[in-house]
Design a protein around this ligand. Structure first.
Ligand SMILES: CC(C)(COP(=O)(O)OP(=O)(O)OC[C@H]1O[C@@H](n2cnc3c(N)ncnc32)[C@H](O)[C@@H]1OP(=O)(O)O)[C@@H](O)C(=O)NCCC(=O)NCCS
Length: 230
């Protein structure tokens, strides 16, 4: 594990590739040429990051990630002919860390686009669909968890488009912008019968979970047709 395999799809006119990052491009995450990336509070304020990382921090993160045994990370690349531009990442971390019985497989997802000029174009929503499809169809996870600061409306909306639903709120998770902020914990369940029946094993799923299952199935059908797993 460490980096995820290449997946390609389009978002409007944009050709997007989820693919491993390279050591040479990792400093893009803090590149002053593109406005500072993760050195900008406006980008990291919902990520529990109070400091501005440097290129050296990013290189260290790259090496740590490359060696990680329980993560799959993708760079989010915009491809235009021969040119490839790194704009963010999408991740599944702590894979299997919470499995109690060894039967149930879980991971936690996270994502960021460090160039705000690419926000609001639907890139995260579609990247989440591809990642969800990979997690359920290829890794055989039962559940993906994610946590979002309440004020991060765009992040939550993007997750909900893949069928993530609300589970509970952690109060006072961080302090920013002059207030204590709460964090909503979400989950997305594998809709495929094998995993769905193991997860519920006789318990009755809520109406919300059933509706989310239908949505995640649609997402997986969409991905079957529209995501190229190289
Ligand atoms: C959160 C983030 C990944 C969203 O990426 P994105 O590509 O802009 O998301 P999308 O374009 O797919 O938008 C998803 C939804 O949120 C809405 N949205 C996007 N930005 C928004 C904003 N700032 N405020 C309100 N809604 C917003 C979109 O309109 C869309 O809604 P819809 O489904 O009703 O159309 C991106 O803003 C980001 O990287 N932010 C900084 C890091 C971060 O917060 N990461 C998440 C930590 S949990």
């Amino acid at each position: 594990m460490a980096f995820g395999p290449i997946m390609r799809f389009t978002v409007g006119e944009l050709q997007i590739e989820l693919a491993p990052m390279t050591k040479e491009t990792i400093s893009e995450f803090v590149s002053l040429a593109h406005g500072g990336g993760l050195q900008r509070r406006s980008i990291t304020r919902y990520m529990g990051m109070d400091f501005a990382p440097t290129a050296e921090d990013e290189e260290e993160w790259f090496e740590k990630t490359r060696a990680a045994k329980d993560s799959l990370i993708w760079g989010i690349w915009i491809v235009d002919g021969e040119s490839r531009t790194l704009i963010g990442n999408s991740a599944l971390v702590d894979i299997d860390k919470d499995g109690h019985s060894g039967l149930i497989r879980q991971a936690t997802s996270g994502s960021l686009i460090f160039r705000p000029e690419f926000w609001g174009k639907g890139i995260a929503s579609v990247a989440h669909k591809a990642r969800t499809w990979y997690a359920f169809n290829e890794l055989g996870l039962h559940r993906i968890k994610s946590a979002v600061i309440k004020q991060n409306i765009g992040s939550r909306a993007a997750l909900e488009r893949s069928g993530y639903t609300f589970v509970y709120t952690e109060r006072n998770e961080q302090y920013a912008q002059g207030e204590l902020q709460h964090m909503d914990c979400l989950e997305c369940l594998n809709p495929l019968e094998l995993f769905w029946s193991q997860w519920w094993h006789g318990d009755r799923p809520s109406k919300t979970s059933l509706a989310a299952r239908r949505l995640t199935r649609e997402v997986m059908d969409w991905a079957d047709k529209n995501v190229e797993l190289a």
